[in-house]
Design a protein around this ligand. Structure first.
Ligand SMILES: C[S@@+](CC[C@H](N)C(=O)[O-])C[C@H]1O[C@@H](n2cnc3c(N)ncnc32)[C@H](O)[C@@H]1O
Length: 306
């Protein structure tokens, strides 16, 4: 804004200067005219020539000044633009560095969330690609989170279809700031610390605790293979819990009378991140539970749970 004002006042000053110069030419012309009239008309051509020469001289000077001003204006504009994009670059670098720092901190002190990929052989090629995309989204959400989790991918075989798809589809997958192992989750974590998340569990999860490891079943099942993660949890002999959807949401009427509590792993992950950050299930479910699943958080709920 300041820039605009100063430019316009500069423009006015330049305009006044031009006017004065033109007036000067007029005065000169008038004086020379008088000299011509008062003379005995013996040398009129010489005087007229001088006036014309001076006029041309001033015109050239004015044109040069005008183009110099234009150039200057353009240069200032370019400076402003390059300054702006430089600032943008710096702020991008700062944001990236801060995210890297948060992720590094999460790898030492963060709450552990594990994706159990031991069931990936049960998926079609298409489902495998969708799971690879969900892992990318999950990682993206973790990078943006103010309190990211320490993420583990377990039972991920290096020579598997899923691994190949993750590398093919996800830029920089091999350098993601998370742990990858071919070992099973129980080879990595003590049994008593594991809470396996399953939509079919009886127990509703109440909070996200620091000393627990939350395990997500790495599955995309377009044709639903019911209770797969529940069976896996039972096989491992670990505690199993579901998101508290019944406790905080209600069904919404829809044309197809469709209601589903089964989410993709990245959606469950978003909800867990928000609950951990805010302590509010209603806020997390309201923000991240997809409306198309046929549930909503009643509006008078007020996001004040803990
Ligand atoms: C697409 S779901 C897999 C559904 C599959 N039919 C099953 O048996 O779990 C992928 C994973 O997300 C998690 N998940 C999805 N919805 C959930 C819910 N409502 N509560 C808890 N975990 C859920 C579970 O860990 C699940 O294994």
């Amino acid at each position: 804004m300041t820039q605009v004002v100063s430019e316009s006042s500069e423009g006015q000053t330049n305009g006044v200067l031009e006017m004065m110069e033109l007036l000067c030419i007029d005065v000169l012309e008038e004086e020379e005219e008088q000299v011509l009239q008062s003379s005995d008309n013996t040398e009129p051509t010489q005087f007229s020539k001088n006036v014309l020469r001076k006029q041309r001289h001033w015109e050239r000077k004015l044109a040069a000044r005008k183009s110099k001003r234009k150039e200057e204006k353009l240069r200032r504009k370019l400076n402003r633009c390059s300054g702006h994009s430089e600032q943008l670059q710096i702020s991008k670098r700062v944001t990236k560095a801060a995210a890297e720092e948060r992720l590094a901190e999460a790898r030492t002190n963060g709450v552990k969330v594990c994706v159990d990929l031991s069931m990936s052989h049960r998926m079609s090629d298409k489902e495998t690609s969708r799971l690879a995309a969900q892992l990318r989204r999950l990682y993206g959400a973790n990078k943006r989170a103010s309190r990211p989790f320490h993420v583990f991918l377990t039972s991920l075989r290096e020579d598997s279809r899923l691994m190949a798809e993750c590398v093919r589809m996800n830029d920089g997958f091999l350098n993601y700031a998370m742990e990858r192992t071919e070992r099973s989750c129980l080879d990595v974590f003590p049994q008593e610390s594991v809470v396996y998340l399953s939509p079919d569990a009886e127990e509703a999860l109440e909070q996200v605790e620091r000393d627990k490891v939350y395990v997500l079943g790495g599955l995309v099942d377009e044709s639903v293979q019911k209770t797969l993660s529940l069976s896996r949890a039972k096989e491992l002999g670990v505690r199993v819990a579901r998101l508290p959807i019944d406790e905080h949401m209600r069904k919404t009427p829809n044309d197809k009378n469709f209601h589903s509590k089964i989410l993709a792993i990245n959606q469950v992950f978003d909800i867990m991140l928000t609950v951990f950050d805010t302590g509010s299930w209603t806020k997390a479910l309201d923000e991240y539970f997809p409306r198309a699943k046929g549930y909503v958080v009643p509006q008078n709920n007020g996001h004040d749970d803990t």
